[in-house]
Design a protein around this ligand. Structure first.
Ligand code: GTP
Ligand code: IMP
Ligand code: MG
Length: 325
């Protein structure tokens, strides 16, 4: 069996949490392993009438039997982790790699008080940047495990594994708009490295886009629209972690194509189609989508050159058109 990786194609907050939760539930996966930076990411999962913004636990928690692993590359804030473990009641399923680094109070203070980081870059203030520059040894004994062993052995046994990326291509330390970036790479290769699997063990890379891309914090955003325009369209958004207003833009096909290339995307998911045409809210069948949405997806597919197989029509995990064969 090969692992599937889910990554963000724009500047984060594309709805990776929703897509991972859907895939985990639908495929009854054995493992969902989280890569990425750390608790600066917030993944929103709306399922069964409950909504949570998870910052440490993988979004696949909605799949009741899945092991929920956090890879060695991910920074752990023990307080946030424990709060989520208790809130979701998933303590018996969580595994944190024994090599994870822990975010300490001093990292958070530095992130918030350093004017360059907080004002110029507009960081999330969660201490991720400083902790990544100052790695330390983890102390989360009850959960410690060897994540690469668990993931590789599950694949050997033909069990399905989803790797959950965080952030988005546009804020990658390497490929994003430096210095307005997060503290490491965010592409699929990095997510594989974060949880300890080699490229030969990856099957699908699903890149998540949103109909109206968003960006939080400073940095270039070519297709950005004015706040008034976003308000008129009724598509304003607020950050899951910081509550900041997200900057909103229009579809950028050129950027999406470049992003898909560097991620080696095999399939594309797109969220927020209901924002393009509210009549499509909650639609689950392709034929019931409006011509406007169908044409948008066809054009996006042409722009990127990779099939759009998951079309999200609302925040709930079940509000989706699944075109995977
Ligand atoms: P990061 O790892 O922080 O980049 O987050 P993410 O990609 O998991 O996305 P996040 O949950 O921060 O933001 C996505 C927002 O869009 C959330 O509020 C979701 O509930 C919402 N969402 C996801 N899919 C859809 C959709 O198809 N339609 C609408 N209207 N909202 C959606
Ligand atoms: P840091 O990752 O907190 O150091 O913030 C650096 C930049 O990345 C800032 O512009 C943040 O707004 C942005 N950023 C970090 N994590 C996320 C995320 O999960 N979604 C969206 N933007 C993010
Ligand atoms: Mg988010």
């Amino acid at each position: 069996m090969k692992a599937m990786i889910v990554v963000g194609g724009f500047w984060g907050d594309e709805g990776k949490g929703k897509i991972v939760a859907y895939l985990a539930q639908k495929e009854r996966v054995a493992i969902v392993a989280r890569g990425g930076v750390g608790p600066n990411a917030g993944h929103t999962v709306a399922a069964g009438g409950e909504k949570h913004g998870v910052r440490m636990i993988p979004s696949g928690y909605v799949c009741r039997d899945a092991r929920l692993l956090i890879g060695a590359g991910v920074l752990v804030n023990p307080e946030i982790l424990m709060n989520e473990v208790n809130m979701l009641g998933v303590g018996n399923r969580v595994g944190v790699d024994e090599r994870c680094s822990v975010i300490e109070e001093r990292h958070i203070t530095y992130d918030k008080e350093n004017t360059f980081m907080s004002s110029k870059i507009g960081t999330t203030g969660t201490g991720c940047g400083p902790a990544n520059a100052d790695r330390d040894i983890a102390s989360l004994k009850p959960f410690l495990t060897d994540v690469p062993v668990e993931v590789n052995e599950a694949l050997d046994k033909n069990r399905s594994v989803v790797l959950e990326g965080t952030q988005g291509f546009g804020i990658s330390l390497y490929y994003g708009s430096y210095p307005y970036v997060t503290s490491k790479d965010t592409t699929a290769s990095q997510i594989a490295a974060d949880v300890g699997i080699g490229p030969t063990r990856v099957g699908d890379v699903i890149i998540v886009f949103k109909a109206f891309p968003t960006r939080v914090g400073a940095g270039p955003f070519e297709t950005e629209m004015s706040e008034e325009e976003a308000k008129k369209l009724g598509i304003e958004e607020y950050g899951t972690v910081t509550g900041r207003k997200r900057r909103i833009g229009r579809w950028d096909g050129k950027f999406a194509r470049y992003s898909a290339m560097l991620n080696g995307a095999t399939q594309c998911a797109i969220t927020g189609l209901d924002k393009l045409d509210p009549s499509c809210n909650g639609v689950k069948e392709y034929d019931k989508l409006s011509e406007k949405v169908k044409n948008f997806v066809k054009q996006a597919e042409k722009d990127v050159g990779v099939a759009f197989t998951l079309l999200s029509t609302g925040p709930d995990v079940l509000e989706i058109v699944d075109l995977r064969g």
